[in-house]
Design a binder for this molecule. Structure first.
Ligand SMILES: Cc1cc2nc3c(=O)[nH]c(=O)nc-3n(C[C@H](O)[C@H](O)[C@H](O)COP(=O)(O)OP(=O)(O)OC[C@H]3O[C@@H](n4cnc5c(N)ncnc54)[C@H](O)[C@@H]3O)c2cc1C
Length: 350
């Protein structure tokens, strides 16, 4: 049987693509939907509510606190943020879409066929939403994934109550030099995490050191890689969305809202192909143009990431204090909010 579209990867990006397409869709993931959690799952409240409803939300935040070695700086969030339950989020999203789901490990793409460990599946329209590994695109272009452009993060969930989101930028290596640590509350517990912009082999030790400050110890740990480099959104005749296309924002490491935004854009264009308003080639080219038009924002953040990693704690503190000055903060926020895509979708702003 030939499908209208095959989507590999059933997390944020893959589900977002599927949510915009009506037709004969095959969604493939190596795990059951909602079981491959790697993320701290903090995202704009309006987006999470729109996609999956209030039921999946743990906690909503109006404030964030930035800790540096020298100071603590409070930020009022113009837009509410929330932490949410990954499994419930994916399950709720999945219920809204009509697809055939196959649990299989995708291996390669060859002559119009997606080859998996459970057989071969055929379609002209293929989406690679397999995360940072970009499994299908990498099967066409061996060096597609640049491993020097990957960040790495881990998390542990512990008993701890707080009402704010906390970020820790300790550049003089009190905890981590080339990244940041965080505490995101989820009800009576909190997610304690640490992320490095490079490949940091001793991240678990650094997490333990960070937890020492709270008198806590590491529980079971999860996490993984996330890219900080914008990649080609089309490889051969494959659409890429989410981490597979490097859609995770550099500096902040947020990839949920962008995966959903570009996934929805991709799904809308694929629907035009199914409806024969566009040929596959026209659709691929339209998608590429839309995605690439956002590239400059990723490049700016990537430059800020490099700067941030190289300055002293004094300047990190000054930078946050400066950003918090009312006119500067308002200017930055107005700019930020005009970019609907940074909130996962223009609809997410409604
Ligand atoms: C520790 C950590 C904390 C983070 N915290 C946040 C946060 O708070 N907020 C935020 O916005 N972002 C956060 N991120 C980034 C965010 O998790 C990713 O950017 C986001 O998950 C990307 O979504 P995606 O759908 O593109 O890929 P993924 O979520 O990685 O999903 C890829 C899917 O493809 C499937 N898959 C992979 N390989 C195969 C295969 N061979 N065959 C079949 N299926 C396959 C996987 O099972 C998975 O379901 C964090 C990342 C990490 C590592």
């Amino acid at each position: 049987m030939k499908y209208d579209v095959i989507i590999a990867g059933a997390s944020f990006a893959g589900l977002a693509v599927a949510s915009r397409v009506k037709g004969n869709i095959l969604l493939i993931d190596k795990q059951d939907v909602g079981l491959n959690e790697t993320s701290a799952c903090a995202a704009p409240y309006s987006l999470v509510k729109r996609i999956a409803g209030e039921e999946v939300i743990f906690q909503v935040f109006e404030k964030a606190k930035v800790h540096t070695v020298l100071d603590e700086i409070d930020f009022d969030l113009n837009n509410l943020y929330c932490t949410f339950d990954y499994k419930k989020f994916c399950e709720s999203f999945f219920k809204k879409i009509q697809v055939e789901f196959v649990k299989a490990k995708v291996k390669t793409f060859n002559e119009g066929k997606v080859i998996t460990d459970k057989g071969e599946f055929q379609s002209d329209c293929i989406v690679d939403a397999t995360g940072w590994r970009a499994v299908l695109a990498s099967s066409l272009e061996k060096n597609f994934v640049d491993r020097t452009k990957l960040s790495f993060g881990i998390e542990t969930v512990l008993d701890f109550k707080t009402d704010e989101m906390h970020f820790y930028f300790y550049n003089n290596s009190k905890t981590i030099k080339d990244g940041y640590a965080w505490v995101f509350p989820v009800g009576k517990m909190a997610r304690f995490g640490i992320g490095s912009y490079g490949r940091n082999p001793s991240l678990k030790k650094k997490l333990a050191k960070f937890l020492d400050e709270f008198g806590l110890e590491v529980n079971s740990v999860y996490g993984g890689f996330f890219p900080h480099e914008f990649r080609e959104p089309v490889v051969g005749k494959i659409f890429l969305a989410g981490d597979s296309a490097g859609h995770c924002l550099p500096l902040t490491g947020e990839g949920i809202r962008t995966a959903i935004y570009f996934g929805e854009v991709c799904g809308d264009i694929i629907q035009e192909i199914i409806d024969k308003k566009l040929t596959l080639e026209e659709g691929l080219s339209k998608y590429k143009n839309v995605v690439v038009s956002h590239r400059r924002y990723f490049d700016v953040l990537e430059r800020k990431q490099s700067t941030f990693s190289s300055i002293s704690d004094f300047w990190v503190t000054q930078l946050f204090k400066y950003t918090r000055l009312k006119p500067v903060y308002q200017y930055a926020m107005n700019k930020y909010e005009s970019l609907g895509f940074l909130f996962g979708s223009k609809k997410g702003m409604e």
